[in-house]
Design a protein around this ligand. Sequence first.
Ligand code: IVH
Length: 679
Amino acid sequence: MSGYRENMATLVKQLNEHGYRYYVLAQPTISDAEYDRKYRELEVLERAHPDAIFADSPTQRVGASPVAGFQTVRHREPMLSLNNAMNEGEIREFHEQVLRFLEREGASEVITALSYTVELKFDGIALSLTYEDGLLVQALTRGDGESGEQVLAQVKTVRTIPLRLRGEFPERLEVRGEVVLPREHFERLNNQRVAAGEPPFANPRNAAAGSLRQLDPSITAQRKLAFFAYGVIGVAEQGHNAILAHAREWGFLISPFIRTQLTIEGVVKAFGEATALRATFPFDIDGIVIKVDPTSLQAILGTRQRSPRWAVAGKFPPVEEHTVLRDISLQVGRTGVLTPVAVLDPIRVGGVTVSRATLHNFDEIERKGLLIGDTVVVRRQGDVIPAVIAPVVAARNGDERHFIPPSNCPVCGSGIIRDREAAAMRCPNRLCSAQSSARIIHYAKREAADISGLGEKMVALLMEHGLVSDVSSLYDLTIAQLEALPRMGQQSSGNLVTAIEKSKTISLERFIFALGIRHVGERTAQALATHYGSLQKVRDATVDELISIPDIGEETAFAISEFLSDPSERELIDRLLSRGVQVQESERVSRTSEGETAGGGALKGLTFVVTGSLPSFTRTEVERFIQHHGGTVSSSVSKRTSYLVAGDEAGSKLKKAEALGVSVLNEAGLRAMVERGEY
Ligand code: IVH
C-alpha cells in the first residue's frame, strides 16, 4: 500500500475502534480532543485522495447527499412478525403449543433439549442489515415483510451500527434488529419540534421511523438513534443465545437483558423480572421475546404464515393510551402563575389511572395543537409524570373547540396579567387563597423549612378552617386548635406543632428558597446565601448587585428585587422573624476569585454557561469539572460570560452567545483548555 493509503487505513481502523468503545461499550479510552484530531487528519487525507476513501471510514457516516426516494428491495428471507402472549397464562400456553407440536412431529425425544432465551422486545423499527465481506452493503426496513425500503445512507449515520464487522465473520451475513430512539433524545426532539411549531411525535417509535425515513441522511444523523441486533441469518450456531453472543463480537449492541431458561417457570420469572426493570432501560420496550433456543428445534417448529412457531412476544401493559381531553382547568401556583391542566377521561396507563396531566403553559396547548374534545395520546413510563403528548388529529369529528385563555383568576376572580415571559399568565393578587396555600406548601417542603406533616391536604384543611393565611401564621398554631380539626388526634397535632417549632432555626439558603420568590430555586438561593452571607445583606441587595452574581440572570435578579422591595413581602419576613424564626448566617465564599481549587485552577476567573448535550459529560459532571478547575458556572448567557460550552442541539443560548460575541466551545475545546491550561 502506498504511504497515504496505509495512513488512511490505520486512521479508519483506529477511529472505528474508538467509535466502538465510545458508542457501543460506552468506555472510551481516548479523549474527545484526540479523537477529533485523528478524525481531522483523516479528513485532510480523504480530501487529497478522494478515490482512496474507505467504505467503512467514519466520515462516511455523515455527509451523504439526500436521496431522491427510497428504493424497494425484496428481502432474501421474509421478515416475520410475532404472535403475542398478553399474560403469564398465554406464555404457558405458548410452551404447551411448542410441546404439542414437537410431539406431533415425532420429536418427543429431543424435548429434553428444549430451552428458551428471553430478551427484550424493543419498541422501535425493524431493520435488516446485509454485510458482504464484513462490509455493510444494504439496510432494509421491514416494509410488508416481503420487501422493504433501502435506507443504507440513513442507517450509516447510526453510530451503534458497525460499518465493518469486527473479528471473524462469514462472507455474507444478514443481521436483523431494531432501531430505537432513546427516551431522553425523544423528549429533547419533541421539545425542539414544539418550540419550532412542528407537531410532536406521539412516541419514540414514530420518532425513530420518522428519523429513518428522512431523504436527507444528515437529518437522521442528528437524531441519536441506536440499534439492537436480535437475529442473524447466515451463521451456523447451535442456539439463539450463541447467535446473540456472535452479534456482540461483531460489534453490535444486543439486548441488555438476556435470560436462558430450561423451564417455562424460569421464563415466567424472567418476564416478571423484565417487567420490574422496564422503566430502567433508557429506551422503550413493549415486552420480552421468548425464543426456543436450540436452532435444531427452531427448524422442526418452523413458521406459520407470518410468524415463527418457535418464538412469542410476552407483552407488557402499554405505557401509551388514547383518551379524551374533556377540558382544560387552571391551577394557581405560589407566584400566581396559572398552569393549564388537562382534564382527561380516566385511563389506565403504565400501571396507574390518569385523569389529570399538566400542560405546562398556555403556548404549549397551541403548539401541540390541542383542542378540547380531542382524542389525545397520553404517556406514562415508569415513575415519569403522565404527559399529554399530542392530539390524534384523524379522530376529530368537528365538535372539538379551541381553549380560550381566561381573563380572570378561577380562584379569586382578579384580572389576569400576561407575564414578561410571554407564555405565563398570572393572578396578580397576592392574597388569592390559591397562591397563599401554594406558598405555605412550598415553605414546608423538605428542601425549604422542612415541616413534616404539612402537605397539600393539611394546608387545605388549615386554610379551610381559617387557621392560617400566610406562612407566618403557622407559628401561631396551637395544639388545641389543631386537635379541634376533623381527623386530627392529639399525637398528630403535637407532632405538627413540634415540626413547626423545629423549623424556626433555618439556614440562610433554605430560608431564601422557602420564601418562594419567582425563579429562585435551590441553586439560586444557595448563590444568594453564599454571596451575601446574612439575611440583612440579602434584604438590602440592589438589582445591579444581583445581576453581577455569576449564577443569577437578569430576569431572576428583577424578580428578587421586586420581591424584596414589596412592602407586604418585607412585612412577611419581619413577621416571621418576630415569631422567632432564626435565620443562620452563611459563610461567604466567592467561588470566582478566592481559594485554591483542587484541579489546579486552569479555568480560574472564567464564567461558563453550558447548553445542549455533550458527548461524554452529563450536565452535573461538566459543571463539577468546570468548578473543579476553578471556573464558575452560570445559568444564563450575558456579556460577562467568558465561554459558552455548547453540545448538540444547543438552542437559544447559542444564538444569544453568538449575538453577544461570547466565545463558543465544544466539550473537546473545554477539555483542551484544562489540559493545556491556555485560553
Ligand atoms: S424476533 C422471527 N426479537 O417485534 C422473529 N423481534 O412482531 C422475528 N422486535 O417487528 C422477530 N424486539 O422487529 C424479535 N428481541 C426481538 C425483538 C423483535 C422487537 C420486533 C420485530 C418485529 C416485531 C414482531
